[in-house]
Write a protein that binds this ligand. Structure first.
Ligand SMILES: [Zn+2]
Length: 335
């Protein structure tokens, strides 16, 4: 736990926010307190922190619906609180079937994953979850939290910007929440010196952007990263171990993180100097390293490579050789 500003705390777990743990944020206004994401660590050493070292939350906002950002929702001080999620990810928290559909896995991996999500990540359906859209703002009294829809990692992924109100001496004086405002508007206008942006799984890692689920989009992720370049704040907080970084570090890390996409694509293009099947590409590995033992790595490679191939084919950079011509299995080659 680390206090970032006078009213914002970073919640990190025992493994410093490394998966399967994650980072969360707690923001206390004069009227209400919000918990942003509910990682596993809420159930560990932080179990008793709420109401003691940390103010107890009044409601919860999820950045997106992935297993590592929701286990803490079963915490006794959190489980009955109102829960908010973006419309694009809402089905995932409303039922376990909806959650599974976000991933689109084949059997037998789907059944195994379904069990892990329940046993290890304490999935509990929240059909009562409230839905927010881009630009939604929660006024906490003297400070507000605003949703910035940043799709790509998931369809409903959002960054959440903690905005300090211009002090009028009155609690809750941030004015009505803007509706339908573009993502960029929330971050380019006169940034407050104490503002914090929770980036969630735009995680600035060396691994790079993750877009390996059925509900992921490479093209939308790239659009999101383009928008993020203009963001300014005192602190940027990632959903995993990097945690809180300043403006300069954010800019540098974001550039490297974004570059991972074109690095992967260049590696694919050089591999496609000769005609290759999708199976050969998966075995070669472009997302993970060949030796990485990652649960479901082949499936994630398949999903991610397919998104690149779709884009490269549409742009005429890669040519598809149909199965009957290629001799058994469809192949791809650099045009
Ligand atoms: Zn995620």
């Amino acid at each position: 736990m680390q206090q970032l500003t006078k009213n914002t705390w970073l919640i990190t777990g025992e493994t410093n926010g490394r998966y399967p743990d994650a980072n969360g944020l707690l923001v206390q206004g004069s009227e209400r307190t919000v918990l942003i994401d509910a990682p596993l660590s809420l159930l560990g050493e932080l179990e008793s922190a709420f109401g003691g070292e940390l103010p107890a939350p009044d409601f919860v906002v999820l950045s997106h619906c992935h297993e590592d950002h929701i286990p803490g929702l079963v915490h006794p001080l959190v489980s009955e609180l109102p829960l908010w999620i973006h419309s694009g990810d809402a089905a995932g928290i409303q039922s376990l079937d909806g959650f599974m559909e976000l991933f689109g896995m084949p059997e037998p991996r789907a059944s195994r994953w379904r069990q892990i999500v329940q046993d290890r990540f304490h999935f509990r359906a929240r059909p009562d979850a409230k839905i927010y859209q881009d630009g939604h703002a929660w006024d906490l009294g003297g400070v507000s939290v605003r949703a910035l829809h940043t799709p790509g990692h998931t369809a409903g992924h959002c960054a959440l910007r903690v905005e300090q109100s211009v002090s009028t001496g009155l609690p809750g004086s941030t004015g009505p929440p803007p509706t339908g405002s573009p993502v960029s508007a929330g971050l380019s206008e006169s940034p407050g010196e104490q503002d914090v942006v929770f980036l969630a799984d735009i995680d600035l890692s060396g691994f790079g952007p993750y877009y390996g689920d059925a509900a992921s989009s490479l093209i939308e992720f790239e659009r999101t990263l383009e928008l993020a370049k203009d963001w300014t704040a005192r602190w940027f907080v990632t959903g995993h171990h990097i945690a809180a970084v300043d403006q300069e570090t954010f800019v540098a890390r974001l550039a490297k993180y974004t570059l991972r996409i074109s690095e992967r694509e260049q590696q694919m293009l050089s591999f496609l100097g000769a005609p290759r099947t999708l199976t050969e590409m998966i075995e070669h590995r472009f997302i993970y390293r060949p030796g990485d033992q990652v649960e479901g790595a082949d499936w994630i490679e398949r999903r991610s490579i397919t998104l690149h191939l779709e884009r490269l084919s549409a742009a005429g950079i890669v040519r598809r050789i149909p199965a009957d011509v290629a001799g058994g299995e469809e192949r791809f080659v650099r045009a």
